[in-house]
Design a protein around this ligand. Sequence first.
Ligand code: MET
Ligand SMILES: [Zn+2]
Length: 763
Amino acid sequence: MSITLHTLGLPRIGKARELKTALEGYWKGGLSETDLAATAREVRGENWRLQNRQGMSMVNVGDFSLYDHVLDTSFLVGHIAPRFAAARVDRELDRYFGAARGLADQHIEPGAMTKWFDTNYHYIVPEIGPSTRFEARPAALVDQIREAREGGYTPKVQLLGPVTYLYLSRGIDGFPVLSVLEDLLSAFRGILTSLAEEGIRWVQIDEPILVLDTLNQDWRQALARSYAVLGRSRAIPGTDEAAGSDSQDTPKLLLTTYFEDVEEELETLLALPVDGIHLDYQRNKGLLDTVLEGLGPDRVLSLGMVDGRSPWREHIPALAEELAPLYQDLGDRLWLAPSCNLLHLPWSIAGEDLPRELEGVLGFGVEKLQDLSALGAVLEGHSNHLDTIQNRTAPWGSEELEDSADDLVDRQDSSTREALQAEALGLPRLPTTTIGSFPQTREIRALRRAWTRGELGAADYQAAIRDVIRENIRIQEEIGLDVLVHGEPERSDMVSFFAERLDGVWASRGGWVQSYGSRCVKPPVIFKPVSRKPDLGWEWVTFAQSLTKKPVKGMLTGPVTILKWSFAPPNVAPQVIANNIARALREEVLELETQGIAIIQIDEPAFREVLPLKRSRWSQALDWAARAFRLSHSGVKSETQIHSHMCYSDFNSIFQGIKAMDADVISIETSRSKGELFAELAEKGYTQGLGPGVYDIHSPLIPRTEEIRERLERALAHLDPARLWVNPDCGLKTRTWQETRPALEALVAAARQLREARKPRQA
Ligand code: MET
Ligand SMILES: [Zn+2]
């Protein structure tokens, strides 16, 4: 009997992003539905082949998605928000994409998108209201099961569990989402019945909310009720009766949790009448004894042995040794898998140019499965892989592991700074500025491409970028903005630009990870203590400053954002890495200051992503994150104004951190907010400068002066006019100049009108 190996899902964008290309082709009208379906089939086929080749006992069906698995779940349970259900579409497939991306021609807004737990994957939020009804619609899933069977594979079906599905939903106007549970469970039952008819033996049902430490009694009850209906005892909905004999014919359920330990909900979890439980091994080690006790004599324990969301490889010999007694105990009731869906990793590291330190240390999806099968083989005594695998940890010196940022110099108090800065900068009331990037035109992209390909020499490239900066400054002066920027033409991406200029960070060529739909990101890998390789590009900023008398704001990406949008080594605490990056950035900040740059913006759009899944650890995380931010500008003069930028406005959970960052000005996204935020901020005692975004850069609409003025007035109703800035929601790199220019003109006009109307008390 060989040990059962399986996965919790694989990347579905295609190993060379084939699905991305096909999707975008289909959306533009250049690719037919048939061709898109063919690409989708190829991607699934490739995934099944890989699982088969690596010795997985079953292949997953249901992990593939054309856009998002939460949206797929909505369609699977027949829950399509009314505005999409009523939309006019040529093909049903367009209704699905409409729900994901909106239907602009019919003015139908897409579903909201938000992050999947603490990952960088975004899902489409289901909307639940009084008219929500569910109905099993398993046809598409059944087709994929048959497809897998035709390929000769044994399918295991993967579903998002009903309770997590509801937990991730939004109740329209506060509608209580749990009130639809029974109806949803009937749909799930219908689906399980269809799967039984297809001869499915195992269903993987994901309930990652079991790792949270914030579930209340209602959610616990929902879990208990759901698995009473869907699990082994299979009660008949609406009655207390068990379904009895038909339970033999329905698939077994493997309930999966991932991303964290299940400490708080261990009892809840063990009481669920499911046939197997999956846990992240590393994070639940300490609970295994209790788990084994509660597991009983028949149930399967699946352990996530290789980290499914970090590219660092495990030390297989050590793992095999640790696991051996458990394998003895459980025999074939022990299953092995990656800790979570491999969707959070790129496809494979093969063909990448790795720095010497990373050879054999790093692996993506394919390599994770190789490690898993190596572990299986070692456990079963079929292999002595033991001597070929070396220690796989990041080369971080032990002295560097203790880092409390003692070199952090506290700044003078904020009101002293405020006065000094006001004098040094001499800005008008309601100063106008932008967030940093200007439109990345086709010419700029072509320029960068030619330079990276070596078709353009350094001197020519730099001259061309200087021309763009010159033009950017000219336009900003014409528009009449108060604080200018160089426009970031040299950056394609705010994290990879810095990653390439920091020693200790490795950028892959093709390590793409799905962020949402067809959008992919290529996270850099931080693998050793980070340092600044000569500079981080300050000369572009000082060049811009040399062209104008107005202050030019220097632009950097902050330590927390660089950390959160990269892969970091697991054996180093995040604050150690963040401090490390902060010190490299600090050198650049101090250089900018020396060169006469009086305002420096350190962007932290990923700041709130430091919040761990467990709420009990929030406060500590905010502390180190704010500390790292402060370290990145530690030592600047009081006259130097430090800005930060975050493109969201939900500060409730991070307010403590925002204050502790001790920035002078923070720009945020608010153009869609109705003003409650300002009252809230005032109430909480926010006293720094604030730049509420008054131009929604995500929309092609050009705001009118009156609209901007209204938005500013809403802020002025609650905040000190001396601390209010006027700026867009975020950078303008995705917009065109045709949109940007009139929008910024409106923004400047609105600020001027308000200044006039409010008659400043001092010059
Ligand atoms: C996602 S935040 C982006 C900030 C950056 N400075 C820009 O303007 O593009
Ligand atoms: Zn932004």
